[in-house]
Design a protein around this ligand. Sequence first.
Ligand code: PLP
Length: 434
Amino acid sequence: MQTKHTAGDATSPSSTKPSNQGDSSVPADASAVISTGGLEAMPTRRADLSTQCVHAGERRQKDSGSITTPIYTAATFTFESTDDLMRFVNGDEQREEYGRYGNPNERSVEAKIAALEKCEEAIVYGSGMSAIVGLLMTKLSAGDEIVFFDQCYHRSREFCAKHLSRFGVVTRQVTTGDYDAMEAAINRNTKMLVSESPTNPHLSVIDLEKFAAVGKANEVETLIDATLATPYNMNPTEYGIDYVLHSATKYLGGHNDLLAGVICGRSEQLEAVRSMRGILGNISSPHNLYLLERGLKTFELRMQRQNENGLRIAEFLESHPRVERVYYPGLKSHPTHAIAAAQMRGFGGLITFTIRDADWKQTANVVDAARIPRIAPSLGGVESLIEQPLVMSYFHCTPEDRVRFGIADNMIRMSCGIENGDDLIADLEQALSV
Ligand SMILES: Cc1ncc(COP(=O)(O)O)c(C=O)c1O
């Protein structure tokens, strides 16, 4: 297990500088050279996050001297001769064979994400949902059980409740953050504990050390969906979590122009997961993977601005008389702030808030009055997005379910992009005055 990072004064924007910088005294070992692809030019220093974003995973000298990874459109990869094929099937040569099993664009983006997430391995999928489906379909069999913290992405919950159940897998849900209830829900059939951190849209942060400890004490694997945190703000495996999931559609891609997902973890635990992906074929296209690799080059810079905008806007909203409540883990008022401050290097760009004494229509008027954020689902991209969960993701739920999921009529969720923070605040100020 690697050294755990802690945030400094976690409520000040200047303190959101990550502590995941290189340790100049640590020589790069062989595995670091592989996972940082090409960074062997720096033999005495482990690369900082920003350097890894730009270079990790990529071959230093690419085809034709191209500085960017070429897009390999090939569906299949040729062998020079049967001898050449025999070297591959006997495991003497690592190379590509058929597009569903792997592609050079996938290899380089997977190695880059593994380096950022400080994991042995990352497996990329066509979307975040296909990543979670791929993992659970590999790891669970009829009669197995999983336990979820209940504030989970509603489609993940739906997959487990409606679909895994058809294959005889039992899903149990317990209140988010209730570690005793989670432990009590475990029995000898339980195979996995699942949570997001922070959760969406309530931004609850899970104590990863406690969560991992419950898993380890009961010999049950743990999965954290860290989409909202990103590897800039938190590396769950440092706390003993087995699998880290990201919807790379969000901050990793970062430009609202691609769908992708990724599972990170230890190679041994992921071997069967990769093999299952080769069967299911829930892969990403080479063009998409190129976009993801390109987006990751600026990941650190984007996260710095999105963390900064998130905290500034959350503080502005909290002090505004028309705002009833703000959910943002960087605010002292958030019930899980202390965990977030100890565990995260920054708090991300997603904020949920409620409008005081407003019905759904008055709340919609605030959304409609905002000029910079665009009305759309999703989060984490360079463009700020705004939505009212009642009429977006939760519109088709029953009123009882909305109450159960904590979705209020007067709730707004905003994903801060990389625009100027003063501009965003001025825009929200005028939107709140309608
Ligand atoms: C926390 C979280 N996990 C997973 C997903 C699913 O990701 P995707 O849309 O890339 O399938 C989402 C999508 O909104 C999400 O918010």
